[in-house]
Design a protein around this ligand. Structure first.
Ligand code: NG1
Ligand code: ZN
Length: 529
């Protein structure tokens, strides 16, 4: 077929370095940008056949999120804006690792296995972050889809690309499939939510934002006018000087447990940081003694689920709400949610795709990784019930008011994927509605001191885990060693798992004091060698 000849010709321009093997990991392929050209081209091909298979628009996002500037990555976005399915992750790995001369055979195998009609039209949306390598790498993706009608969105945040793929495949029901449509939808909902919170002072409307020198900063600038001064953002790390994710951004702030370097923060000021592709956000402030306080994904999940639970009760709607976390969730958050809030909590493996799937099982599924990546999903039935109640003229004022707030809350949330911009608008709206300061939000529960470490080992895959990654099954003896170390400390918990995005083993520990958490993390990391 003519298209295969074209592929052969183009693929020669994107040769695979001999011997290089890469795996479609937690969020697609991710490594040093220099090794990714052939992967991009091949993911362009794969996205095209995925589009033919699903008869829908597929997304390809070029980003390495919170990783250093010199890295890059790529992931596929499925029709409803969600991550691509497991079988297609396997196809991706196969295609990525086929030797140059076997590429066509590998592609044909996928086409055959999936019974794809190659005469079906294809549509692929391509987005990229601000990394210097992203321009040529997204061009390589476009070369892969070129014969078949891809659409290049250029610079967008990861969640904007997910949103646009979803809009395109739902004929605009979710919103207009443009960046402008994105701002209109989410900012309008935010304005509606904050409309009746009349006593907000300028201080309460003010937010200090660290854009991680990435795409999120550019996009917040673009969005600002839509917020009509209801949210006034002072933007730091906007990309004009510093390097992407370097001593700034959500991952730095979360893992280092300190504010971004060089950003001046006034005591008590409400601040947040995005990561490099703006799908994660964490909040923080420093108190009058200069102590740093982090409000991470767990604190966000708690605030959001409390708010939603209260509204559901006020609306008289009997909908099942749950919070989905990972092993990294702070023990205090889980304890508070289960025992004080009486909310169902589920724990899954790391990686938003896992959390997303579990959240789909509930009427209202709030999911957050501790690092600030998360969102809320509403089932179709839940959305319909809320909509009906909001339109019902025979209900009392309290129920009606709650239903209207719920409806606008749904509209401010990007349900396709965790989204720093949409999460920021949601949190800001909740704080405004509840008349709550960041300090009051922080005191809902107190985090157990914790520590995360990375350990370099020869082969991280020797560690295999179970029970949502909370226990190691191999190598033999490791879990027993961890159990014995944990026993030495109070309120302690620790686990290890191989990273899906970096060549390291991650160690997590929490305990009653920071000294104990640090010591435990250190001792466990020695047990990993
Ligand atoms: P790995 O490298 O598998 O731990 C990291 C994050 C995940 C997720 C992915 C994708 C931690 C501990 N892990 O995965 O939560 O966000 O990156 O970006 O934060
Ligand atoms: Zn990210």
């Amino acid at each position: 077929m003519a298209e295969f000849q074209e592929i052969s010709k183009l693929s020669a321009l994107h040769p695979k370095p001999a011997g290089l093997v890469l795996q479609y990991g937690t969020s697609g392929f991710r490594t040093n940008a220099k090794q990714l050209d052939h992967i991009m081209f091949r993911m362009g091909l794969l996205a095209t056949v995925r589009s033919k298979k699903t008869k829908a628009t597929i997304g390809v996002m070029v980003t390495a999120s919170h990783n250093p500037e010199e890295d890059n990555g790529v992931k596929l976005v499925d029709p409803m804006g969600e991550m691509v399915t497991q079988d297609w992750e396997e196809h991706a790995t196969q295609l990525a690792n086929a030797d140059q001369e076997d590429l066509l055979t590998a592609l044909k195998n996928i086409i055959e296995k999936e019974a794809i009609n190659m005469s079906q039209e294809a549509n692929v949306f391509v987005g990229k972050d601000t990394r210097s390598s992203s321009a040529s790498l997204s061009q390589a993706v476009l070369d892969g889809v070129s014969a078949l009608g891809g659409h290049n969105y250029g610079l967008v945040t990861t969640p904007q690309l997910h949103y646009m793929v979803c809009c395109q495949n739902t004929q605009g029901k979710y919103g207009e499939a443009t960046v402008e449509g994105y701002y209109t939808k989410f900012c309008q909902a935010f304005i509606q939510l904050t409309k009746n919170t009349s006593n907000r002072t300028d201080d309460q409307k003010h937010l200090c934002l660290d854009g991680a020198n990435g795409i999120g900063a550019l996009k917040v600038r673009e969005m600002e006018s839509h917020l009509k001064k209801e949210l006034q953002i002072s933007l730091n790390n906007d990309g004009s000087k510093g390097r992407l994710n370097h001593q700034c951004g959500a991952d730095y702030v979360k893992v280092q447990q300190k504010p971004p370097t060089g950003v001046k923060i006034n005591p008590g000021e409400r601040c947040c940081s995005f990561d490099g592709d703006a799908d994660r956000i964490v909040y923080y402030y420093t108190d009058s003694e200069g102590t740093f306080h982090l409000l991470d994904g767990d604190k966000m999940a708690t605030l959001i689920s409390t708010f939603l639970k209260e509204l559901l009760t006020q609306a008289g709607l009997n909908l099942k709400i749950a919070v989905v976390q990972t092993a990294y969730a702070n023990g205090s958050s889980t304890h508070y949610l289960e025992n004080t809030m009486k909310v169902l909590v589920r724990c899954t493996k790391t990686g938003v795709k896992h959390l997303h799937h579990v959240a789909q099982e509930f009427d209202v599924g709030v999911y957050f990784e501790a690092n600030g990546h998360g969102t809320v999903l509403f089932s179709k039935a839940a959305e319909e019930k809320i909509q009906q109640l909001a339109e019902d003229t025979n209900v009392n004022d309290e129920r009606k008011k709650a239903a209207l707030l719920l409806r606008n809350t749904i509209n401010v949330i990007n349900q396709t994927v965790g989204d720093a911009i949409s999460d920021m608008l949601l949190i800001e709206a909740i704080l405004a509605i509840k008349g709550m300061t960041i300090q009051q939000w922080d005191t809902i529960y107190t985090d157990l001191p914790n520590r995360q470490l990375k350990v370099k080992v020869d082969d991280r895959r020797v560690i295999d885990t179970t029970d949502a990654e909370r226990r190691a099954v191999t190598p033999a003896g490791l879990q027993e060693a961890i159990d014995n170390l944990v026993k030495k400390y109070r309120q302690a918990r620790s686990f290890v798992r191989p990273s899906g995005t970096e060549d390291v083993v991650r160690v997590y520990a929490e305990a009653d004091t920071q000294e104990s958490a640090d010591a435990l993390a250190h001792e466990v990391s020695l047990a990993v060698y």
